[in-house]
Design a protein around this ligand. Structure first.
Ligand code: IMP
Ligand code: MG
Length: 179
C-alpha cells in the first residue's frame, strides 16, 4: 500500500504567503542587504521562492544540521554536518528554516551563529508547530502555524521522500511504499 497524503496548505496559498514574507523582509531591510542562510535540505525550496520575492540585495549560503533520522519524532540530538562557506560577521543574517517543531535545532543553531558577530540575526520559517515546542524560540517571520501533524512537501520530507510536492501535505496513513 502507498502512503496516504492529503493537502494541508495548497500551492497557491504557500506561494502567496511567501510573497508576503518577501515583501515584509524587503521593507524591514530597505536600503540594506540580507544574507540568507538556507538550512539544508528542507529549506531549499522555500529559500529559492523567498529569495525571488526579496527586492533588496540578497546573498545566500548553506548549512546542514541533522536532528532527525528517518523517523517522524525528534531525536533531540543536533549535529552540524555542513558549515557555511562565508563569514557572517557584520551581515544582516536571516536563517531560513522549513519548520520549527520542538525548536531544538534552531536553538542550537542560533546560539552558534550569534557567536560569529552578525549585525542582525533573524529567523524566518515557513511552518511552525507551536504545540510541540520544548525551547523558547519563535520565528521573526513565520509563514504558517500548523497543528501537531507530520507534514511533507515544499522541501519537507518523510524518509527523504516528498520534498518535491508543490504543496504542504499531511501524511494521513503510512503505507509500505512511497509514491
Ligand atoms: P526541531 O529541532 O524539533 O524543531 O526539528 C526541526 C526539524 O525537524 C526540521 O528542520 C525538519 O527537518 C524536521 N521536522 C519537524 N517536523 C517535521 C514535519 O512535520 N515534517 C517533516 N520534517 C519535520
Ligand atoms: Mg527532515
Amino acid at each position: 500500500m502507498k502512503d496516504k497524503i492529503s493537502v494541508l496548505i495548497p500551492e497557491e496559498e504557500v506561494n502567496r504567503r511567501i510573497r508576503e514574507l518577501g515583501e515584509e523582509i524587503s521593507r524591514d531591510f530597505a536600503g540594506q542587504s540580507v544574507h540568507l542562510i538556507c538550512i539544508l535540505k528542507g529549506s531549499i525550496f522555500f529559500t529559492c521562492e523567498l529569495a525571488k520575492r526579496i527586492t533588496v540585495p540578497v546573498t545566500i549560503d548553506f548549512m546542514r544540521v541533522a536532528s532527525y533520522g528517518d523517523a517522524t519524532t525528534s531525536s533531540g540530538i543536533v549535529r552540524l554536518s555542513k558549515d557555511l562557506d562565508d563569514t557572517i560577521e557584520g551581515k544582516n543574517v536571516i536563517v531560513i528554516e522549513d519548520i520549527i517543531d520542538t525548536g531544538r535545532t534552531l536553538t542550537y543553531l542560533l546560539g552558534l551563529l550569534s557567536q560569529r558577530k552578525p549585525k542582525k540575526l533573524k529567523l524566518c520559517t515557513l511552518l511552525s508547530k507551536p504545540a510541540r515546542r520544548v525551547t523558547k524560540i519563535d520565528g521573526d517571520y513565520t509563514g504558517f502555524e500548523i497543528p501537531d501533524k507530520f507534514v511533507v512537501g515544499f522541501g519537507l520530507d518523510y524518509a527523504e521522500h516528498y520534498r518535491n510536492l508543490p504543496y504542504i501535505g499531511v501524511v494521513d496513513e503510512l503505507g509500505d511504499e512511497r509514491e
